[in-house]
Ligand binder design. Structure first.
Ligand code: XBP
Ligand code: MG
Length: 236
């Protein structure tokens, strides 16, 4: 019997990765760096979960001079703080909207007492800004458990963030359903033993989701009753 739904954030609750890309590029420009991540480049960079890890991967693979900095970690952290400021302000300004079916599924889950959690690689301020913008006064306490960003040693596709969500929910994996948009997220939830529904996003629509219970265009393409009943026999 389904007792909790664990949502990914970026690409799942809302189509936010284009906003992240713009925030990264704005932070690079603000910092006087001649870096610019195109959409095509960002699709590839998204194979690395975590903004700070993504910047480090970019510096190393492009063999940029910043590799030689004494404290490249702090350099990256400073850039990422700037990027997070830009991103959260854009979300607060209403630039991110929930994907189709998300709000209805969350409301239906609440109505029948299915608990709600978040397991995301993104930074906690980004999650808080999105929940505030999307749910306003009802954001507080809507998700009983929020596991985000650096709270675990290893980011997706490692299972750490989903295992932490299960621990905090005090539920077994087979009582939960994960909802994801990316292969990294699917692998993370799967390794934690959680059945996963995937709703691919604009940056992940070419990825392999063969391990998913179900792949849907979005959460609006199936009735919430079917999703909550675990009746995942969707005919595309
Ligand atoms: C997607 C990610 C994050 C975002 C950027 O997270 O991999 O890194 O791209 O956010 P999700 P940060 O697990 O929600 O799909 O810069 O805060 O990492
Ligand atoms: Mg995602």
């Amino acid at each position: 019997m389904l007792q909790a739904i664990i949502f990914d954030v970026d690409g799942t609750l809302a189509e936010t990765e284009e906003l992240h890309r713009i925030a990264f590029n704005t932070a690079f420009t603000d910092s006087g760096l001649p870096w610019h991540w195109s959409r095509e480049q960002y699709r590839k960079l998204l194979e690395v979960s975590g903004g700070k890890e993504r910047i480090r991967h970019f510096i190393e693979t492009e063999q940029l001079p910043e590799r030689e900095l004494d404290d490249v970690g702090e350099f990256i952290a400073g850039l990422h703080r700037q990027k997070t400021r830009v991103y959260t302000q854009a979300v607060i300004d209403g630039m991110a909207e929930l994907r189709p079916g998300v709000r209805a599924l969350i409301a239906a889950a609440q109505d029948v007492g299915v608990r709600l959690a978040i397991a995301t690689t993104t930074s906690l301020p980004n999650v808080e800004a999105l929940l505030q913008a999307a749910f306003r006064d009802s954001a507080e306490g809507l998700f009983e458990v929020i596991c985000a960003g650096d709270s675990v040693p290893a980011k997706k596709p490692a299972p750490d963030i989903y295992l932490d969500a299960l621990r905090q929910l005090d539920l077994p994996a087979d009582a939960c359903l994960a909802i994801e948009d990316s292969r990294n997220g699917l692998l993370s939830a799967q390794q934690a033993g959680i059945a996963t529904v995937v709703t691919p996003g604009i940056y992940t629509d070419d990825q392999d989701f063969s391990e998913a219970e179900l792949v849907l265009p979005d959460l609006g393409s199936m009735t919430v009753e079917e999703l909550l009943a675990g009746d995942l026999a969707y005919e595309s």
